[in-house]
Design a protein around this ligand. Sequence first.
Ligand SMILES: *Cc1c(COP(=O)(O)O)cnc(C)c1O
Length: 393
Amino acid sequence: MSKSTSTSVATTAGKFGEFGGSYVPDELQTVLEEIAQAFDKFKDDPEFNKELRYYLKDYVGRENPLTFAKNLTEQVGGAKIYLKREDLNHTGAHKINNTIGQILLAKRMGAKRIIAETGAGQHGVATATVAALFGLPCTIYMGKYDTERQALNVFRMELLGAKVVPVEKGQGRLKDAVDVALEDLVQNHETTFYLLGSAVGPHPYPTMVHHFQSIISEESKRQILEKEGKLPAAVVACVGGGSNAIGAFSHYIDEPSVRLVGVEPVEAASIAEGVPAVIHGFKCYALVDENNVPKPTYSIAAGLDYPGVGPEHSYLKASGRGEYVTVTGIEALDAFLILSKVEGIIPALESAHAVAYAMKLAKTLPQDESIIVNLSGRGDKDVKQVYDMLNKE
Ligand SMILES: *Cc1c(COP(=O)(O)O)cnc(C)c1O
């Protein structure tokens, strides 16, 4: 990352074709422009990147392996299935790549305080983790309904020293937590940095999150060339807001032979079934009602439960460069059980969606081709939920 080679199609205003941009009140626009300028200044700064590299290696544990899933490949038949092991990162998922990057930027900008939103709690935990590491006070906004569903994650954030604020307004869900976090940012921007959790939101967040997650494909490209001597036929990743997928795709966007496949839960298929709309300050494919209000979604994977999707994915879909498909909760659950049993790797339910589709895709491809599946996280957090699901049936 001395100089980033990640490929983002964003223009300076953060537009990806018709998608992205920044649809926010003027006072917030000013604050976002400051962040955009700081990001532009530091993303290619050698000192900044040296520090980023240091924490990615010695704290997160990068680089993580690209594991050949030999048993799964034999069971499925067809192309070789490789797993990019984001599940082995500290805190168990890809989210820490982004929170480390953004907190280093926050420090450069002189921030004295970190705020973030969280839905299921995973981004809240990743943010509380880096705030603890850098000794910055941290407030996490979380819908009241979500704090009740995810009590253990609330406790985890508190153990890490964060203050979790339950948001009661609206429906007490993720969207309401984002609104309150943005109000806090506008009021306290002199001291406060808003650390956003996925490749969504107004400019510069989608571009910034892409940049910090692009380490995934920077490594995987080097690793697959070493192992196979050629590029993969496809890269497959699950899509919630789209941060692990854009990081997994980044260094292949300019390699037209590599298929980029995003997998959504059929229950929250923003790209596959959404329409272009402005939600949460940016334009993307979204599941909205006739009044442009985001519809409630429900996926068994809490991290994929979002009615919109990153603007760059919206553009990759519209331009035909990316393919976006859906799998059902049942298919994801099957993949969760199969990967655990045949490879000894318990995936996050989110990642299991990508595994489920990769198993279908591998069958259609010759044995001398390979597929990279981005294993965005580990499944420890989901074991209780899977236990309950299996014992209900
Ligand atoms: C949060 C999360 C996701 C979904 O978020 P993206 O921004 O779409 O990557 C996927 N997998 C895991 C393990 C997560 O924690």
